[in-house]
Design a binder for this molecule. Structure first.
Ligand code: ZN
Length: 244
């Protein structure tokens, strides 16, 4: 069975549509696993939630999701993120608000633990260094932990002899993660930050136990136009062109 792993959609409906279409081209998926931050930054929060809800899916809470519902204080957000969160809060339908409020911080699904930032601090911690990964491995029990938040596709391995190493995600070819335990970031659908502006996601095939990383081009200018028309902070629109 195939599972699609997506993260950090950030109200970018055009990117989400492109990714879901691309997933469909590869055949049916059993479930979409979404690692949080469905909303924030981008122009279409309600539409992204509605589109996700058409799929059999699991979603966990990201910091932007909870901030948009008032479950999390926005004082720790940078000014642009804060402006976008407050705008998002003003746009949410009652259904969208209820959906976001109900999201759990972590979910365990078979061999996988899902957490937005890290299993240690699910809403806030960034795992982009081996040091952070070492601490994270102590906070989940499964073989794999799926995370988002940094918007950077990354793999961390804890080998059987206790060493933690950072690995890049192999591009566009199936790979297995056999030895030891792993922390896996699929990258971001709606606001990639690794210098590649294309939407990023992973597929896991439970039969072959293979993962595959994909980058999907989407119509960035449409999203940028929508953001400008809605008065969202301009740098948030511009950064989409650079994948940063
Ligand atoms: Zn995010």
């Amino acid at each position: 069975m195939r599972y699609a792993i997506v993260a950090d959609i950030h109200s970018n409906l055009v990117a989400l549509q492109a990714v879901l279409e691309h997933i469909g081209l590869g055949g049916p998926v059993e479930e979409v696993w979404c690692l949080g931050d469905v909303v924030g930054y981008g122009p279409a929060p309600n539409e992204c939630i509605q589109l996700l809800q058409r799929y059999s899916h699991i979603c966990i809470a990201g910091n932007h999701d909870w901030a948009a519902t008032g479950r999390l204080d926005v004082s720790d957000f940078n000014p642009e993120a804060k402006a976008a969160v407050l705008w998002t809060a003003s746009q949410l339908s009652a259904e969208s608000r209820a959906y976001l409020e109900a999201l759990q911080q972590t979910v365990v699904k078979g061999d996988f633990t899902l957490a937005h930032g890290s299993p240690r601090d699910p809403l806030w911690e960034y795992v982009i260094s081996e040091r952070a990964a070492i601490l994270s491995f102590e906070h989940f029990q499964t073989r794999f932990c799926l995370i988002g938040h940094s918007h950077i596709p990354l793999l961390f391995n804890l080998s059987d002899n206790g060493r933690v190493g950072l690995r890049g995600v192999p591009p566009e070819q199936p790979f297995r993660l056999d030895e030891g335990r792993w922390i896996i970031n699929p990258g971001s659908v709606g606001q990639p930050r690794d210098g590649d502006h294309r939407a990023s996601y992973l597929v896991y095939d439970s039969d072959s136990e293979e993962f595959r990383h994909y980058r999907v081009p989407y119509d960035i200018e449409t999203t940028q136009r929508q953001m400008r028309a809605l008065g969202l902070p301009r740098p948030l629109a511009e950064r989409l062109s650079y994948g940063w």
